[in-house]
Write a protein that binds this ligand. Structure first.
Ligand SMILES: CC(C)(COP(=O)(O)OP(=O)(O)OC[C@H]1O[C@@H](n2cnc3c(N)ncnc32)[C@H](O)[C@@H]1OP(=O)(O)O)[C@@H](O)C(=O)NCCC(=O)NCCS
Length: 172
């Protein structure tokens, strides 16, 4: 058995068994993710324990825009005064509840950050944005260095420069 993170493939991955226990996250991977993928609304990456094809965890990435007024002043000071800035949205991230606490959430987050950083070679992005579903998710993201938006504490950002530093520290 080997953990592998792969782009979602409707024909290869079994999404029906995924269960975090929150409808929005369970139904998304079971019913919506493939549609979003096809329509280029989000890329979807899944974790499997090969050769088993059950989805154990997943995350999504999309292009995004942030308003400069949403970011904290210490960072804004160093940015050009464009009203809108390009970013990368980590729209969803979930680990099946049977696999909680095995550092798979961390594995998926780090992989998402690395892919986000690599993508900036072709499409610029200032930060990775995460939308937390609850306070626990906020705490999880903050643990890795995400900072909350000024007026939306459930929305967090991680400057791409910090993503780069994290990838260098982890040597990935
Ligand atoms: C948040 C989530 C991804 C964590 O997944 P997980 O696999 O159980 O977590 P991990 O085992 O990878 O934890 C990695 C580290 O984060 C910590 N951590 C996990 N959940 C945490 C939380 N809610 N608050 C603070 N720290 C948390 C762990 O203690 C661990 O710390 P350590 O490295 O010092 O031991 C998972 O609970 C989940 O799927 N949540 C539901 C969806 C969600 O909230 N997604 C985010 C926004 S859509």
């Amino acid at each position: 058995m080997a953990l592998q993170i792969e782009p979602l493939n409707r024909k290869q991955h079994n999404r029906s068994a995924f269960s975090y226990g929150v409808d929005s996250l369970d139904n998304y991977i079971r019913r919506q993710a493939n549609q979003d993928l096809k329509k280029k609304i989000a890329t979807v990456f899944v974790l499997i324990d090969s050769p088993n094809t059950n989805v154990i965890a997943y995350y999504t990435l999309s292009s995004y825009t942030v308003e400069i007024t949403e970011l904290d002043n210490s960072w804004v000071k160093r940015l050009p005064r464009y009203p809108f800035l390009p970013a990368t949205l980590l729209g969803r991230l979930a680990v099946d509840s049977n696999y909680r606490g095995q550092h798979l959430g961390k594995l998926m987050l780090v992989d998402a950050l690395k892919k986000s950083w690599e993508a900036t070679e072709r499409v610029a992005s200032l930060a990775v944005i995460a939308e937390a579903i609850d306070e626990k998710a906020v705490d999880f993201y903050r643990k890795y260095g995400f900072r909350p938006f000024v007026n939306s504490p459930m929305k967090l950002y991680f400057p791409m420069q910090s993503v780069r530093e994290l990838c260098q520290t982890l040597n990935i």
